[in-house]
Design a protein around this ligand. Sequence first.
Ligand SMILES: Cc1ncc(COP(=O)(O)O)c(C=O)c1O
Length: 287
Amino acid sequence: MPRIAYVNGRYVDHGEAVVHVEDRGYQFADGVYEVVHLFRNRLIDLEPHLDRLGRSLDELDMAWPIHRSALHVAMREIIRRNRFATGLVYIQVTRGVAPRDHKFPKDVRSSLVMTVRAIPEFLDDMRENGVAVITLEDIRWARRDIKSVSLLPNVLGKQAAAAADVYEAWMYDGEGMVTEGTSSNAWIISGDGVLITRAADHDILQGITRQAILQLAQEMNISFEERSFSVEEAYNAREAFMSNSSHFVTPVTRIDDRVIANGIPGSLSAALHSRYVEFMSEFPKIS
Ligand SMILES: Cc1ncc(COP(=O)(O)O)c(C=O)c1O
């Protein structure tokens, strides 16, 4: 089956999907993106993702490439053309194509590119055994709340994790407090059962999954705190997990060389994961 991409209003064969060499995303990383999970034909939390896209665009004084309602239509169309039920929809908006000059170009239309790819519904091994993470210094800019395509430090972090044969890297700030993972938010559960994740300010991306988990935790009467925690506190946590749109709640059972609790995914992480899966099934199927 051919894989189809969307490039500025055209649906093209994935292998031939290209942007101009002077696209500002390519030259300056002057762009933002979103990744929306398509789960069993349901777009999970689409509106919060598009709200966040709008916020990222506003923060960078960048225009919507097409109207939000037209984006809905284009997303459905690209999903329809690729014909699978579970995957990731990648949306990227850049400031557009212009002669290379740092200043914002005038009268240039922003570019919109979308791709979709199939992913497995669940990664059983990760869920059953948890994953290991390393920690490293967060060397990114001071506006990590903007979902910018400028991901080089995240790339280096994920590569360091791969070189250490672990799944993810958790980054820490100048005070040794965990910010987030290279492509996920970081969570721990304290010895007395409190769910803890860093407050969503400029230091982390406000994960859409993070938002949903906090909402579900509230409904489940799980006490939680949005506050910073140190690497040391994470080492001694009762449970740890990471969250993002592609892997929901993924238990973390080792951080650096420290095994978390007894090294087995914890019950609260498992309960949150199950509830999140139910939550996903509550979204309407796309036609
Ligand atoms: C740096 C970073 N933090 C957090 C997240 C989690 O965000 P979401 O739950 O919206 O996928 C991501 C997602 O890719 C990310 O790249």
